[in-house]
Design a protein around this ligand. Sequence first.
Ligand code: THG
Length: 369
Amino acid sequence: MPPVTTTPRIRKSPFYDATVAAGATTFTIYNKMFMPLSYGDLAAEYDRLINTVALWDVGCERQVELLGPDAGRLAQRLSARDLSGMQVGQGKYVAMCDHDGRLLNDPILMKLDEKRYWFSLADADMLLWCTAVGREGGFDADVSEPDVSPLAIQGPQAPALAADLFGDWIHDLKYFWFRETELNGIPLVLCRSGWSKQGGFELFLQDGAKGNELYEGIRAAGTRYGIGPGAPNHVERVESGLLSFGGDTTPDSNPFEAGMARYVDTATEVDYIGKAALERIVADGPKRLFTGLILEGEAPSPWPLAERTPIVAGGRQVGTLSAVVHSPRLGRTIGLAQIETALVESAATVEVKSPTGNLHALVHPLPFI
Ligand code: THG
């Protein structure tokens, strides 16, 4: 593929120079910002995430901030989940839906105080949506994208590194909970989160001018734990069944087809955009579900999926495959797919169209590991 050029329309994260110095070889574009995807050795990057600790520039996980007396009411209006018990310092994984129940984003919502919330977003321009919903609904809350950029440490040694940097209190932080803190005067929000199941933290940098300084400080402190550069890891996320919004979903996907059923509240007092549509989908039963697949036989390797691949059964299309990887830990080729509900519930065998012909595949529940 020819190289992608830089342009002022595509932003650089505050950690960009540091990641180039660390040897980034491949970037993607996410929320109109460059995100490094690899440093040239995917096997070493996977190994680091599973066995030690990896440092990820995820500055492209942009925040939309709601600030004002109605911030909590607006956050609820935008989230298909009951937020009534949410506490300051707590984060929650939420589905943001449109009026027809289609998934617009799958952010982590963070409550910084009673009047201040952040949606920590996947790849879609939610600033427009949140601003319009807030203004059209007469909510007294300013909506903006603040100067806040996450840097993630992920892997089994991440807690030890975080304790060295911030203190032993980090061990008491529950999943998606966070605390405002600082590191050598650099203002941060430290959250136990990250797009892997290997454990870890995200450091939400609150001063974009300090990105390279923060990156270098974490890298130096992590040396004794074998830290090295990495990125949201495609293989590990498939093994863990983590959703990639826009990768595993299409513009008409609802949260049930995205595996988010357990985060969606329909039988609740609270109201939010899309509730009536989601209630109907629950009543009718979702047509498709998000599921894993184990592919049998010899899958082509590597098999980069440039687009969603049809899945067939009984001579007709029953779903699409959105990711396929070889899992080093399972020794199998595995994938993620949206498939008709009945076939998922009966753990059916289906066929995947591969570059080398049709492959048998077995429906498997998520996560794989
Ligand atoms: N961190 C931050 N922002 C983000 C992401 C992140 N924005 C984009 C994207 N990732 C949002 N999507 C997800 C998807 C899954 C998870 C987190 C963010 C996740 N899910 C766990 C799971 O599905 O098992 C746990 C969810 C739960 O039990 O509540 O971690 O990574 N800042």
